[in-house]
Ligand binder design. Structure first.
Ligand code: AMP
Length: 472
């Protein structure tokens, strides 16, 4: 029942990673604040690990940050000037406490605490080899692999160990790691998952999104470069190009959907890029309607762009109940529909008798669009035109967005068929060219594999499936 529910109803997102090195500060509290700012990147589990120069402690649990840290009790125990934090959606490994991060290890080199955003594409292969050589894994998550690779490297120097490990890893990763004395950040050679460096007085900070820096009043310094390792300790920040960069291929879904609108990547503010996505989308589909509305939250930036370009009024036709998390609708609840209505309610008086343009960021399986079109029609809209601010998703993602095993409607149907399937009167996707233009950045800057099948690297685990089956 649980599995079926999850397959049908959930899509997973990226995770959020964070780290701070604050000499003379108690940094657990900062980490706690930042996890709130990164909560949108993962609602399944949350955790903080803190180091004081000698030892490392960790507190983690299932659920939202507020569930895991309901009061100061756990934070008070986390004493030290170095901390890492994580919010998780499981893209590999089950959604259970054992897989919650930070993961903490003790090996002959000392402590190593691990947080990871992304997906390793050769995790089955690596895990198979590591287990064959005697490693005993504590979790089913691919994030654990780096710790075993470091421990087995036989090198005393952590940087050398990490280099040997990184040379074996394939896929997407933004790691924020911590020893008892240092904070480290490592990004995959394509830079598929984001990681930035910030500074707050004497403290250095690493985070998936720059909104984390804003939440602390910290200053953004720069992004960690693809393949770069940054090490922060009593000597300050040192950087090393650990493995050669293969070019920049940031997941374009960060701009389309994942990131908070107040974050920035490659010098571009997410909200402004979304608004531009909306403008280009409207130029590609010159529709006549009475109003434009967006599905919260990502389209609250995009839909106004559509409306401005079409000279139509933008209306907030849906009210989202912000107090209901994803965990609210339980699988065994008979009346799930009531839950859905509680979460997102259309304003009948706005849409009654109107032709409505409904903007959303993407169609994966088509379930959201089907539901939203239905809601608008039931609320009295005479026609519903759906505009999507990304191209048709035709290929699975293996890099941390959980569309690998999903039933991609865009892979099975063409646009007229999808239009019919979601019950819309019109459906328009943004072209790939239009999407790239709207970012204002070069086409080489992004991984667009889910739209065009051009994966930055070979997909190892497909080839390995016959060898490892579905064991992991
Ligand atoms: P679907 O309902 O399966 O067509 O999924 C599309 C909806 O899910 C859109 O409204 C998106 O805002 C949202 N979405 C897209 N990608 C993801 C993802 N990886 N994780 C969670 N939600 C997503």
């Amino acid at each position: 029942m649980e599995k079926k529910y999850r397959e049908i109803n959930e899509l997973k997102e990226a995770c959020g990673v964070f780290g701070i090195y604050g000499p003379g500060e108690e940094v657990a509290q900062f980490t706690y604040y930042v996890l709130y700012a990164l909560q949108h990147r993962g609602e399944e589990s949350a955790g903080i690990a803190v180091a004081d120069g000698k030892t490392v402690m960790v507190e983690k649990g299932m659920g939202l940050v507020a569930d895991v840290f309901p009061n100061q009790d756990k934070l008070i125990n986390l004493k030290g000037h170095i901390a890492i934090g994580h919010v998780r959606y499981s893209t590999t490994g089950a959604s259970e406490l054992v897989n919650a991060q930070p993961l903490l290890y003790r090996y002959r080199g000392g402590f190593l605490a691990v947080t990871h955003n992304g997906n390793l594409t050769n995790s089955k292969e690596l895990r198979y080899k590591l287990e064959r050589d005697g490693s005993i894994f504590q979790t089913t998550s691919d994030s654990e692999i780096i710790a075993h690779l470091v421990a087995l490297s036989g090198k005393k120097d952590l940087v050398r160990s990490l280099k040997l490990a990184a040379e074996q890893l394939r896929g997407a990763y933004a790691f924020v790691l911590m020893t008892e004395k240092s904070l480290l950040g490592l990004r995959d050679p394509w830079g598929i998952r984001p990681l930035s460096i910030g500074k707050l007085n004497g403290s250095f900070i690493l985070a998936s999104e720059t909104c984390a820096f804003d939440s602390l009043g910290a200053e953004f310094i720069r992004e960690v470069r693809p393949g770069e390792l940054v090490i922060i300790n009593e000597d300050g920040l040192v950087s090393e190009q650990l493995i050669p960069s293969r070019g920049e291929k940031l997941c374009i879904f960060e701009f389309i959907y994942f990131a908070r609108p107040d974050s920035q990547f490659m010098g571009r503010n997410v909200h402004l890029v979304r608004k531009e996505l909306g403008r280009v989308l409207a130029r590609e589909h010159k529709l006549k309607a009475d109003l434009v509305t967006g599905v919260p939250d990502s389209s609250l930036s995009t839909a106004p762009g559509v409306a401005e370009e079409l000279n139509l009024s933008y209306e907030t036709a849906f009210v989202k109940n912000r107090y209901i998390g994803r965990t609210f609708i339980q699988p065994d609840q008979i009346d799930r529909t009531a839950g859905v209505r509680l979460k997102l309610n259309p304003m009948n008086s706005l849409v009654e008798g109107k032709k409505v343009i409904m903007v959303d960021d993407s169609i994966v399986r088509g379930t959201t669009s089907l539901r939203i079109v239905d809601k608008l029609k039931k609320a009295g809209a005479v026609e519903v035109f759906v505009l999507i601010s990304s191209p048709r998703i035709t290929h699975p993602c293996f890099y941390g967005i959980d569309t690998a095993s999903k039933d991609l409607i865009g892979a099975k149907m063409d646009v007229p068929e999808i239009t019919k399937a979601i019950g819309a009167d019109y459906l328009g996707f943004l072209s790939q060219e239009g999407m790239l233009t709207a970012t204002g950045l070069g086409r080489d800057c992004f991984c667009t594999a889910c739209f065009d099948g051009c994966y930055p690297e070979e997909i190892h685990f497909r080839k390995q499936k016959h060898l490892f089956g579905d064991r992991y």
